[in-house]
Design a protein around this ligand. Structure first.
Ligand code: 5AD
Ligand code: SF4
Length: 439
């Protein structure tokens, strides 16, 4: 019998990439095969993101493109992930192309739904769970130098702008021992760098261990050379965690610490639970304990009722802190969130865009300055693979900065390969990239 072929396209964050690996395992166990194009597929699954408006639009765009294939060959179309959870009936309504909708806690139901859909019956499972962590499912990953492990799922913080608590439900953590086993399996397959993932990763706790315990345990796995984590919340940064990051040579000296806004009234409206002063005090504590730390952040511009003077406080903070890089977003109202229910989305779009542009401009200058300051230094990088040009290697510094350097030309054999951890001499820099020579 011919094996039905599935094509999965993944949108959004690393957690979604990880979930796609889980879905592959679940489907493989039920006899499905995989293909890398919708043209050769019997089933197309879109693993979706709901964090901002443009994430939604991308998915609608893709669905439109699948329409002719569906009409021609009766393709089965499934929408997975955050958008499925958030839009439920809306997505299935009317003459929708979608046959199957499955939320992030319900992937075990997918094979049954696909079988029913092949017989012409649409269906959805969007139950959120307080327990589902998929801890028993080994992700079907493409072997490589880097891998990720979801250590906790969901979020209980209810930042007022954020849809995650509604699409991914309550916080729950896996047992430390299962995570360490997964890291050991990654190391055995040649993986050198593990990234621990969670919507609120540093509130991890399995009853006996906290996040610092987990980081140290994973960093001690033989064969793993680098450990990263994303994304932490500023509220969960005890000294113990800082000691772990500062003290363990395999934990990267890089912290992505979402700021969101630099003004106290806006921070409070966002329910971020810290003030500007408290956030800055945390950065001081981090920099004192670990002067080499590379800091990056997330910022939202144009949140409900944000005035020019309040935005100026965010601008001023970014100027003062000098993050190495920053993701800067225009506020995008999300259905069901507290902000959508309680506050007016009243900053005009043009002003939001202008604030984003000003921050991006500021940050680009800072990123360039910081990267240029590395010229002349020797730094350690992990080689990930070929660069855009195949005669170059693409690598990353401990601070996660992309670094490019020449490969040894044929006919000489290059001692460097993906997975090598080597010293390079930085010779040039742009806003996003370091250029180097192997030492
Ligand atoms: N609008 C704009 N940005 C958002 N983020 C989360 N929700 C929204 C929203 N509604 C941003 C935050 C978060 C990052 C992952 O996405 O900055 O840290
Ligand atoms: Fe969303 Fe806030 Fe939770 Fe991050 S911490 S996932 S921004 S609610």
């Amino acid at each position: 019998m011919r094996v039905p072929q599935v094509f999965i396209e993944t949108f959004g964050c690393q957690m979604n990439e990880y979930d796609t690996e889980l879905v592959r395992t679940i489907l493989k166990a039920r006899g499905y095969g995989f293909t890398d194009s919708a043209d050769t597929a019997d089933v197309v699954l879109l693993n979706t993101c709901a964090i901002r408006e443009n994430a939604h639009n991308k998915v609608y765009g893709h669905l439109g493109k699948l329409k002719p294939l569906k009409e021609e060959r009766g393709l089965v179309i499934g929408v997975l992930g955050c958008m499925a959870q958030n839009l439920k009936q809306d997505l299935l309504a009317g003459d929708s192309l979608i046959d199957v909708l499955v939320g992030p806690d319900s992937y075990r139901a997918l094979p049954d739904l696909l079988e029913r859909a092949a017989g012409g019956r649409k269906g959805m499972v969007v139950d959120l769970s307080e327990y589902e962590t998929y801890a028993d499912i080994v992700p079907d990953r493409i072997e490589g130098i880097t891998g990720w492990i979801a250590v906790m799922r969901g979020c209980d913080n209810f930042c007022t702008f954020c849809v995650v608590p509604y699409t991914r439900g309550r916080e729950r953590s896996r047992d430390l021992i299962g995570i360490v086993r997964e890291a050991e399996a990654l190391a055995a397959s040649g993986c050198k760098q593990v990234t621990l993932l969670g919507q609120n990763v540093n509130s991890y706790g399995d009853g006996s261990h906290d996040f610092a315990d987990l980081l140290l345990a994973v960093a001690d796995v033989r064969g793993i050379e680098r450990v990263r984590f994303t994304s932490p919340h500023p509220k969960d940064f005890p000294d113990k965690l800082l000691e772990a990051v500062a003290g363990h040579p395999k934990i990267c000296k890089h912290i992505h610490l979402p700021l969101q806004a630099g003004n106290d009234r806006i921070l409070q409206l966002m329910n971020r639970t810290y003030t500007r002063t408290e956030y800055l005090a945390l950065l001081d504590r981090i920099r004192q304990r670990c002067p080499a730390i590379v800091l990056t952040t997330d910022i939202i511009a144009g949140f409900c009722s944000e005035t020019e003077a309040e935005f100026a406080e965010t601008y001023d903070l970014v100027q003062g802190v000098e993050y190495h890089s920053a993701y800067i977003f225009k506020y995008s109202e999300r259905k069901n969130t507290i902000a959508a229910r309680k506050f007016a989305d009243d900053v005009p779009d043009a002003i939001k865009a202008e604030r984003v542009a000003r921050l991006v401009e500021l940050q680009r200058g800072i990123s360039l300055k910081k990267n240029r300051a590395l010229i002349g230094q020797v730094v350690e990088v992990l080689v990930e693979g070929d660069g855009k040009r195949s005669d170059q290697w693409r690598a990353r510094t401990e601070g996660n900065i992309v670094t490019v350097f020449p490969q040894t030309p044929f006919p000489f054999s290059d001692p460097i390969k993906p997975g090598s951890l080597i010293s390079v001499h930085i010779t040039d820099a742009t806003v996003t990239t370091l250029y180097a020579q192997a030492v």
